[in-house]
Each structure stands twice: as C-alpha cells, then as structure tokens.
Design a protein around this ligand. Structure first.
Ligand SMILES: NC(=O)c1ccc[n+]([C@@H]2O[C@H](COP(=O)([O-])OP(=O)(O)OC[C@H]3O[C@@H](n4cnc5c(N)ncnc54)[C@H](O)[C@@H]3O)[C@@H](O)[C@H]2O)c1
Length: 256
C-alpha cells in the first residue's frame, strides 16, 4: 500500500523501534497515532512532529484504553490503514533460580504485554481497516506489523517468558493473515536481532560485547531506522503476507 495520505497507529511509538517507525511514516506522508505509556516522550514526539501526529496514553493490555485510542484516532484522522505493534517489555528470570521457581506473575506479565497486548490492539485496529476502500489491483485495505524477536527461536537462558511471548507473536502472523484475507488486510511480523534502543542501552558493557560477537555482518547492533525501513517495505509489498522476517545481520543467540 502507499504510505502517502494514510493513517497508522503505532504502539510503543514513543521510543526505540516504534519511534523510528512513527518518524518514517510521517516522513512518507502518513498521519500517525502514537500509543504508549511514556507520556513525556510521547507528548514531546507529537509536539516535534506536529499536526500529522497525536499521542494517546495507552496500556496495550487494557481493552478500554485501546478502544478509546482507536476512537480518538478515527475522530482525528478519519481512518486506520496500518497498525504497527512495537510496545513490549523484556525479562530475565530462570525457570529455577537459586532453588526458587520462576515467579508465575512475572511470566504472565510478559505474556500479557507482549502477546495479548499485541493481539488486543491489532484486532481493534483491524475492525476499522475493514471499513477502508480497497486500494490497487489486489484490493488492499490495511497492513498489520507485529514485533517479535529472534528470541522466538533462539531464546537465551532466563528468557522463557520473553521467548514464549515472542514465539506467540510469530504464531499469530499466519492465522491472523488468513482471518483477514477476505478483507484485504495483511499481517506480518518483524523479528529483530539486537537493536540500539533504550531497551538495550541498559545492558552492561560485558553483556553487550558478548552479544556483539554473535552478530555476523554488519558487526554492530541494528539501528531503529533499519527496523522502520523494513516496516515500510512490508507496507509497500502487497505479496508479503503471513510471514515472520528475521532482521538480525545473520546473528544467532547463544544459550547465555
Ligand atoms: N531493541 C532490541 O534489540 C529488540 C530486539 C528484539 C525485539 N525487540 C522488540 O521490539 C519492541 C520495541 O522495543 P524497543 O527496543 O524499541 O524498546 P523501547 O523500550 O525503546 O520501546 C518500547 C516502548 O513500549 C512502551 N510500552 C511498554 N509496555 C507498554 C504497554 N503495556 N502499553 C503501551 N506501551 C508500552 C514503552 O513505554 C516504550 O516506549 C519490543 O516489543 C521489543 O521486545 C527489541
């Protein structure tokens, strides 16, 4: 689909990969609703980018908050064509750590934000997409892009919850694409390797160096703008559907 003149909702849009995608979409001529929990960052970004954006405080796990933000987006911009889910949180806890079992509430929280939150937003955005006029030869009405991680396949020690949540996001792509096929809505997910964002900046230098060793080429962390480029390429290409795409410079995570 063409980006120019369209409307997107981007969760986690105030920071990191989501923020870079918001910027790229606005640069491409779209209007964007930034949905996030980080109000200071979200308001600042909306101020910086001007009237092509709105910011709404949304916890992606909260049905009513997401419904309200979708309604506000429809009122502000009149349609929703793209839904990019970047909201997510990390985790680190072993299945048994120091003789204690992995806290169950911790496991549930990661699944709730990363997996259930993603599905919550995409299902509500998809309803609005079904109302769009079909575009182009294939009659497209919308595009959904979710964010998994290479931990969906290569989860490290301590990543049982995170890896499971991201494997769930990979697992969503095909059935959601099949569900929405007759409406002309595609669904794909990007599985990033290691990207230079606030989420990763907190890592100790030693851990960062260890991770960097696993990256083949280019031998550096990814840039958020490179995630955004792939998101726009997915939007652009009508034949890309139901897929999980690793964006990882050929890296494979080791056990630790
Ligand atoms: N950075 C990486 O190396 C990397 C690698 C693989 C996958 N990912 C995934 O990419 C996505 C974006 O990560 P990032 O690196 O940009 O992180 P980030 O921390 O910079 O951005 C994440 C944003 O999500 C928001 N958020 C968190 N929980 C939320 C909730 N419940 N509701 C609404 N917003 C919420 C945060 O406020 C933040 O602004 C995440 O899903 C992450 O798991 C990142």
């Amino acid at each position: 689909m063409q980006v120019q003149g369209k409307v997107a909702v981007v969760t986690g849009g105030a920071s990191g990969l989501g923020r870079a995608t918001v910027e790229a979409l606005v640069q491409g001529g779209a209007r964007v609703a930034i949905l996030d929990l980080s109000d200071d960052l979200g308001h600042a970004l909306a101020r910086e980018l001007g009237p092509a954006t709105i910011y709404r405080h949304v916890n992606v796990t909260d049905e009513n908050e997401v419904k309200a933000a979708i309604k506000d987006t429809m009122e502000a911009f009149g349609a929703i064509h793209f839904c990019i889910n970047c909201a997510g949180i990390g985790s680190a806890a072993k299945t048994v750590g120091k003789g204690e079992p992995h806290p169950l509430d911790h496991f549930a929280r990661i699944i709730n934000v990363n997996l259930i939150g993603t599905f919550n937003v995409l299902r509500l955005a998809a309803v609005e997409m079904t109302k769009n006029a079909p575009e182009g030869d294939s009659g497209e009405r919308g595009v959904i892009i979710n964010t998994a991680s290479i931990a969906a396949w290569d989860g490290q020690m301590g990543q049982a919850a995170y890896g499971a949540s991201k494997a769930g996001v990979v697992g969503l792509s095909l059935p959601v694409a099949r569900d929405l096929a007759r409406d002309g809505i595609r669904c794909n997910c990007i599985a990033p390797g290691l990207f230079e964002t606030p989420m990763m900046r907190g890592l100790p230098d030693k851990v960062r160096e260890g991770i960097q060793m696993q990256i083949e080429y280019p031998k550096r962390f990814g840039m958020a703008s490179e995630y955004a480029k792939l998101a726009l390429a997915i939007i652009d290409n009508p034949y890309l559907n139901g897929e999980a795409i690793r964006l990882d410079a050929a890296s494979r995570l080791p056990p630790r």
